[in-house]
Design a protein around this ligand. Structure first.
Ligand code: 3ON
Ligand code: FE
Length: 488
């Protein structure tokens, strides 16, 4: 433990803040500082996305989610790992790079310098391609939910341009950043929102070739901010959080669009079952909460089970607050919830599974939409206290057993990625070992003591033993969002 810690906090703000610095350099090297052993049968590429640039022209962004997308690729080859990072050359990134200043506002509160007048009525949106990255149908795509995907070269990470998915999407369409891979149908399922007085939800299913094979459209009443879906064999499930959008302060140049979202604790959260085959959406309600991410869902007789990460209300930053000074303990905690929908009675039972703050839940790829046993999550060091993510946590839904490994006080972690053992090159992830703990968990950790990041590899069956390998990078990686592993 370091002397920097105040009270019983398992981290210091100064340490945490190190991971909010931009990484402007682009690297390309074999990682040769390795502790432990990289499994020789772990082959493929881990792609990760996240905001890489947290300021521009000496001006800090107001929120990390406004940062330009930077892709990291960890390529595993027979026990060796190659690292490469590249910014997505979006149109806005290139313009701002040239001007060396912010030319666009961000959705989460970043304003152009010059006060409200400089931002007044500027509703141009910069697609920052910073949320997720997937390889599907022969394409590597960087995703951001309010715009089109950007296609990248899988080997060099060079940006090839916007991709309308073979004409499926129009120039101004959105495409969510949360596709789900369905092991039963071997399809990729994703959605897109068309806002309005009512919200239209397009549900897209793609065959392995990349061809869109199903695209029903649903309509639900009112505004919706939906970040993720859960999948079952018959349904895509979305949560309509009880929020309204009052765009006036945004239009006037006073606030970012997401800072105009008002949470209404007196309204329920609406759960919508969208039949994947098309048809009327089915509505259920639960007490007000805000959900970004789902762990998984499955059908069991008359019931539908969903596990999600819920906040007591929308976690936003007020204008004027510096996100680097945020008081984590005052933010709503993100907790794992189990939600059971009993279809014959319309009854919904929602319970908090555990009081440890957590985010970025993941299950074995073969269990998506199916009953499952293990949930892997990034978690806070202490239960009950909201804090940055510093640990890897595995919950056994059958026995209640937990495995936990913490990088506190100076380590800060991101999304865990589960890779099953026994994958051949070119195979889907769900074709590896079917045992839910037979594989590895990959997690990027920022180490404040050296201001560098590491890729951690865990044996999924023995999380509490700590990483079996630590790959030391020559630099840090700013806190990221989502990524995926592919055997190509
Ligand atoms: O009508 C509009 C609909 C819409 C899609 C309103 C709108 C402008 C707000 C909008 C745009 C939404 C966007 C662009 C959302 C982007 C989200 C994003 C980049 C990231 C979300 C991350 C969520 C979580 C929970 C991350 C947690 C991270 C940690 C705990 C650690 O760093
Ligand atoms: Fe997400």
């Amino acid at each position: 433990m370091t002397g920097l810690l105040t009270g019983d906090r398992p981290y210091s703000m100064a340490d945490w803040r190190g991971g909010t610095q931009s990484l402007t350099e682009e690297y390309d090297y074999w990682i040769d500082e390795v502790e432990g052993t990289v499994p020789k049968d772990l082959n493929g590429t881990l792609y990760r996305n996240g905001p890489g640039l947290l300021e521009r022209g000496g001006v800090s962004l107001a929120h990390p989610f406004d940062g330009d997308g930077m892709i990291c690729a960890f390529h595993f080859e027979q026990g060796r790992v190659h690292f490469r990072n590249r910014y997505v050359r979006t149109a806005g990134f290139l313009e701002e790079e040239k001007a060396d200043r912010l030319l666009y506002r961000g959705v989460f509160g970043t304003q152009k310098p010059g006060g409200w007048l400089a931002n007044f009525l500027d509703t141009r949106i910069k697609n920052i391609a910073n949320t997720h990255i997937i390889y599907w149908g022969g394409k590597l795509l960087a995703l951001w939910e309010a715009g089109l995907p950007h296609r990248l070269d899988p080997a060099t990470l060079e940006t090839l341009g916007l991709d309308n998915l073979d004409g499926l999407l129009g120039e101004h369409d959105a495409f969510a950043a949360h596709p789900r891979f369905d092991p039963q149908t071997q399809r990729l399922v994703n959605f897109a929102l068309k806002p309005g007085l009512n919200t239209r939800i397009h549900l897209y299913e793609f065959a392995a070739t990349g061809e869109c094979v199903s695209q029903p459209v649903f309509q639900i009443p009112g505004f919706a901010f939906i970040h993720d879906i859960a999948l079952t064999p018959h349904y895509a499930i979305v949560f309509q959080n009880p929020v309204r959008l009052n765009p006036l302060p945004y239009l006037l140049g006073l606030r970012g669009a997401a800072q105009c979202i008002q949470f209404n604790a007196n309204e329920p959260t609406r759960i919508w079952l969208l039949p994947r085959a098309g048809g009327a959406p089915q509505q259920f309600t639960m007490p007000a909460c805000f959900v970004f991410h789902h762990a998984n869902a499955y059908e069991a007789g008359d019931e539908i089970h969903i596990e999600s990460i819920a906040y007591s209300h929308f976690p936003t930053l007020d204008p004027g607050t510096d996100f680097r000074e945020v008081n984590f303990a005052s933010l709503p905690a993100s907790l794992l919830w189990h939600i059971t929908i009993h279809r014959p009675t319309d009854k919904v039972i929602s319970t908090i599974v555990d009081d440890r703050p957590c985010e970025f839940p993941v299950v074995h790829p073969a269990k998506v939409g199916q009953p499952y046993r293990y949930t892997y999550l990034a978690a806070g060091h202490d239960p009950k206290i909201n804090a940055p993510l510093q640990a890897l946590w595995r919950r056994d839904r059958h026995s209640g057993e937990q495995q936990f490994w913490s990088a506190a006080p100076q380590g800060f972690v991101g999304e865990p990625i589960f890779v099953p053992r026994g994958l051949d090159q070119g195979s889907f992830l769900w074709h590896g070992s079917q045992d839910e703990d037979d594989g590895w968990v990959l997690q990027v950790m920022y180490d404040a003591s050296s201001h560098t990041s590491q890729l951690l590899i865990f044996d999924a069956a023995a999380i509490h033993g700590g990483p079996i390998a630590r790959l030391h990078l020559k630099h840090h990686i700013p806190y990221g969002l989502h990524g995926s592993f592919t055997t190509y």
